[in-house]
Design a binder for this molecule. Structure first.
Ligand SMILES: Nc1ncnc2c1ncn2[C@@H]1O[C@H](COP(=O)(O)OP(=O)(O)OP(=O)(O)O)[C@@H](O)[C@H]1O
Length: 956
């Protein structure tokens, strides 16, 4: 190459959107350039590799449209025409189209069957109520107080489709994944990810089991893919790079070869590999119709995101020497150190452990040539990212692909699940890339199309609390939750942004804002906060269909976590992605290995001539070169500035640290809150018990007090009734000693001391206290007042003229006990009554009058005693006119005995106030009011017919 014409390199970005199944195609140009590098490879035949001139210039390739486009539109002409589009207008128009053509993420629910009796819950808490709706009921709703449960008792969630536990793997694949495989073969990209808590069946869904017919969607995808392209395999002239790039293959291609699996020849690895189901005998026979004008090559990559680092699961694992005892010590107890080293235990026959290493890969933004975006668009974060250095290996059969994937799974297990043999602790991403080249234009790199399908087996979301994690496991769990949380945040922001855009598009023409202005106001989607979202971001901001599979185990104890998963799926369903498109866009630069890239060549015709001049034409060939490659071994064509890179790394590191700290703080806070809640709960329960106990005691005490009161009232009624009966029978009976049983008891009380029979009549605890305030003392008081009258017949005294004194002192018998002052007062009260009575002059009448007077006196005495007792039992202190402070009990008793109203006993130090004590015992209920007492007294003062009245009063 003597002369290599160079022109200023420019990029043209053309996106054409072709709706599937003959929906009209829209073409959009995101960037047009005055000059475009279009490869014009001289066609040298169909089978031989193109004769490519090695230059240091890179040449952008144009992807060809797929078969749904008319053939003429798939040619370079279309590119040329697209390039002529004015830039800004077209961008806006296509953005609008993009926003309109978005399709919501499909969310499928798969319910795991019950595997055996080991499941903690026997009844599933998920109940499919239709093909698209499921009801979720908290199994603990009845036993756990609702405030401890974050989820509601019962909720209904809707999905694109619900797969019940008995769903077969083949059915599941056909409904969820087959459309994506069809798209993949048609040149459109797609993403499928499984989401769910640990042990919900994500890995089973993706990889499948070992039984016949249990192959998961990944092996089935490979089967269908290779079934469909049988006989249409292309060669390895080109290979995929980065996210969407293609380059010419130089030297040995990265194709499958058995030596790739040689790392598993180590006995320990081979042991583990044997354990992984090969699925060789379980082949899905489905065949899809593909465009047979194309040749297809399939490339596989397999990576995992573990602890916020991306690792290549196809990368050869370096086997190193046995580590020193010190370094071995440093890793003891921790299967995987942060540096990525692993002490893989070997069979006991081998004495030294095998040291394997692997290197974390960086995630980088796609160069503009890959994305076809303007630098402004790229700066706004809409460019996708790729994993730099990730191996993409070409496979020619499903069997090859499966064994390669087994190797990847082996590496995943070796590095990931020795820490926990039961659970995937990393997110696994398998990307199947298909390169399509039109058979007639095999030597035209611009005819290459790339499409990819990424299947993601997300690590189980779980709460650190439930797994009792600590140390490295806590970090793992934190990182798993972090990436899932960021995924949720990204979805939420995307949804909000899409709603804003939809609102602006829905506005009437006059009020509609420029889409660019609207987009400028949108929130930044936090893809950068986690490696997982960084790697997947192109599916959300770029093009591709997204499908989410929600796995749920309805027998799992983590109801709250499953509710969270359900809510996440509801959120995801509201996010839209641009369905996969068979694009005609500028592909990234084709760069040969060794930094030699074919220059972009095109033909130019120069015409000269004019008036009086001979017309002439000159035909030239122009080679257009792109920027100089930067020598990045990953093929990254972004200029590298170490300082900027370092600063970005630092920002990322700090951001990750901040996020970590926030996450941990949130976890700790949530745990503390829960603990406090539980503690409060326990305390409240114990308080409740205590109060219940107290309440019961008080009720018991009140009952006792009530019994005592009733006893006293009964006793009083009996006494009063007795005297009433006596009055009714005739007062003479009293003097004749016709005693009833009660009087006998009273006598016995009085003369024989306390008798055993007494309690049966007075069960009240107060009655047994033996002081003047209890029922017994009332009886005694009453008995005392009765006794003298029963013992002796009083002498008849004559009435004086004025009737003032019925019983003059001098006429009183010596045997007869002297009446108390109160008795005398009572008798005095009775005198007018007697005087007012019909005046029999004969002796019997006098006797009767005397007896009556005595009876009145007796009743008065009884009532006075009763009054005294009741006064003592009175619960509510009434305000008194004056209060005499009496310092001790004796003085008080004396004061009370002398009828000292208002006397109040002031307890000495350590002495318990009896009134207060009684008050405590009796509560606030009043026994008998003063008015009632007065009424009783008044009733007694009436004639013999007053007995009934008295009873009535007492009853009240
Ligand atoms: N649909 C199903 N039919 C039968 N068995 C199933 C089904 N789904 C899951 N299982 C079984 O349940 C167990 C747990 O499934 P799996 O390992 O796929 O869970 P996971 O969600 O991937 O867990 P982790 O996140 O911890 O990796 C496995 O033994 C698997 O075989």
């Amino acid at each position: 190459m003597a002369s290599k014409p160079k022109t200023t390199a420019t990029r043209t970005s053309t996106r054409s959107r072709t709706a599937v199944n003959s929906v009209p195609t829209t073409t959009r140009t995101t960037r047009a350039a005055s000059k475009t590098n279009v490869a014009a490879q001289p066609s040298t035949g169909t089978s031989a590799k193109p004769a490519i001139k090695r230059t240091t210039v890179r040449k952008p390739l144009l992807n060809r449209d797929n078969s749904t486009e008319p053939p003429e539109r798939s040619s370079g002409k279309k590119v040329a025409s697209a390039q002529k589009q004015p830039t800004s207008r077209t961008t806006t128009a296509t953005s609008l189209n993009e926003d309109i053509d978005r399709e919501p993420i499909k969310a499928y629910l798969r319910i795991r069957p019950r595997l055996g009796d080991a499941e903690p819950i026997s009844q599933p808490y998920l109940d499919p109520i239709s093909d698209t709706a499921v009801q979720m009921t908290d199994p603990y709703a009845s036993s756990v107080p609702s405030r401890l449960s974050s989820a509601n008792g019962s909720s209904i969630y809707t999905f694109s489709h619900i797969f019940p536990p008995e769903t077969q793997q083949a059915d599941f694949f056909n409904k969820t994944t087959l459309p994506l495989v069809r798209d993949l073969l048609g040149g459109r990209s797609g993403l499928l990810f499984t989401y769910g808590v640990t042990n919900s069946g994500k890995t089973y869904t993706i990889q499948g089991g070992s039984e016949p017919g249990s192959a998961g969607i990944l092996p089935r995808t490979l089967d269908v893919l290779f079934n469909s392209i049988e006989g249409l395999h292309g060669d390895d002239t080109y290979r995929p790079i980065r996210l969407n790039g293609v380059e010419l293959t130089e030297g040995p291609s990265d194709s499958f070869s058995p030596h790739l699996l040689s790392t598993s020849s180590a006995p320990a690895l081979a042991d583990i590999l044997d354990d992984i189901p090969s699925g060789d005998g379980d082949i899905d026979p489905t065949l899809l119709t593909v465009d047979r004008n194309h040749e297809y090559t399939v490339w596989l990559s397999y990576s995992e995101v573990y602890n916020e680092k991306v690792y290549d699961l196809f990368a050869a694992i370096d086997s190193r020497d046995t580590p020193s005892p010190q370094s071995s010590q440093a890793h003891s107890g921790i299967p995987r150190s942060t540096s990525g080293f692993l002490n893989l235990p070997l069979p006991s026959s081998q004495s030294s452990p095998l040291l394997l290493t692997r290197k974390a890969l960086t995630v980088k933004p796609c160069p503009l040539s890959d994305t076809g975006l303007t630098s402004a668009e790229a700066a706004s974060g809409s460019a996708g990212k790729y994993v730099a250095g990730l191996r993409q290996i070409r496979v020619e059969s499903a069997a090859q692909a499966k064994s390669l994937l087994r190797l990847g799974q082996l590496h995943r297990r070796v590095f990931g699940t020795l820490a926990n043999s039961q659970s995937s602790r990393s997110h696994a991403l398998v990307t199947i890339k298909v390169l399509r080249v039109h058979r007639g234009e095999k030597n035209d790199p611009t005819s290459i199309q790339t499409s990819r399908l990424t299947l993601v087996d997300l690590a189980g979301s779980e709460r650190t609390k439930h797994t009792q994690t600590s140390g490295d496991r806590l970090r793992e769990a934190g990182n798993i939750n972090k990436s899932l949380m960021v995924l949720g945040q990204c979805m939420e922001t995307l949804r909000a942004n899409q709603r804003t855009l939809a609102r602006s598009l829905g506005a009437p023409n006059g009020a509609r804002m420029d889409t660019r202005d609207v987009k400028r106001g949108l929130a930044v989607v936090p893809f950068r906060h986690s490696k997982l979202t960084e790697v997947l971001m192109d599916y959300f901001v770029g093009e591709g269909k997204a499908v989410m599979i929600v796995n749920v185990n309805p027998y799992d104890t983590g109801f709250d976590e499953n509710s969270h998963v359900m809510r996440f799926s509801a959120l995801a369903r509201e996010v839209s992605t641009v369905p996969g498109t068979a694009v005609t866009r500028v592909l990234p630069a084709v760069k040969a290995r060794g930094s030699e890239v074919v220059p972009h060549r095109r033909s130019v015709t120069l015409s000269t001539g004019g008036r009086n001049k001979k017309a002439s034409e000159a035909h030239l060939e122009v080679l257009e070169e792109d920027e100089e490659p930067d020598g990045d071994e990953d093929g990254d064509d972004e200029p590298v500035n170490p300082l900027i890179d370092a600063l970005f790394d630092e920002i990322e590191r700090l951001r990750a640290q901040l996020f970590d700290a926030e996450l941990r703080a949130a976890v700790v806070e949530a745990d503390v809150r829960e603990e406090v809640m539980e503690e409060m709960e326990a305390r409240m329960q114990s308080m409740e018990k205590m109060f219940k106990r107290r309440l019961m005691m008080e009720i018991e005490q009140h009952e006792k007090k009530l019994d005592a009161k009733i006893d006293m009232m009964n006793q009083a009624r009996r006494d009063i009734g007795h005297s009433d009966a006596e009055s009714d029978q005739g007062l003479i009976d009293v003097t004749e000693g016709d005693e009833d049983e009660e009087e006998a008891h009273m006598e016995s009380d009085q003369f024989d001391g306390p008798s055993d029979s007494a309690p049966s009549r007075s069960p009240s605890p107060l009655a047994r206290k033996g002081n003047g305030a209890n029922g017994r003392s009332i009886l005694r008081t009453i008995a005392k007042s009765q006794a003298p009258m029963e013992l002796d017949e009083p002498e008849v005294t004559s009435q004086d003229d004025d009737g003032d004194s019925f019983l003059p002192q001098d006429t009183q018998s010596e045997d007869e006990p002297e009446l108390s002052r109160k008795d005398k007062i009572s008798m005095k009260k009775a005198q007018p009554l007697l005087a007012a009575a019909p005046s029999p002059v004969f002796e019997e009448d006098v006797k009767a009058g005397r007896a009556k007077a005595r009876k009145v006196s007796e009743t008065d005495t009884k009532l006075a005693g009763l009054q005294q007792c009741l006064d003592e039992l009175k619960l509510q202190d009434k305000p008194r006119d004056s209060t005499v402070v009496i310092p001790d009990k004796k003085a008080r008793k004396a004061a009370v005995a002398h009828g000292g109203q208002g006397a109040e006993y002031v307890p000495q130090g350590g002495e318990v106030d009896t009134m207060k004590k009684k008050k405590r015992q009796l509560g606030k209920n009043r026994v008998v009011t003063d008015d009632e007492i007065a009424a009783i007294i008044l009733g007694t003062s009436q004639d013999t017919g007053g007995g009934k009245q008295l009873r009535r009063s007492a009853r009240h």
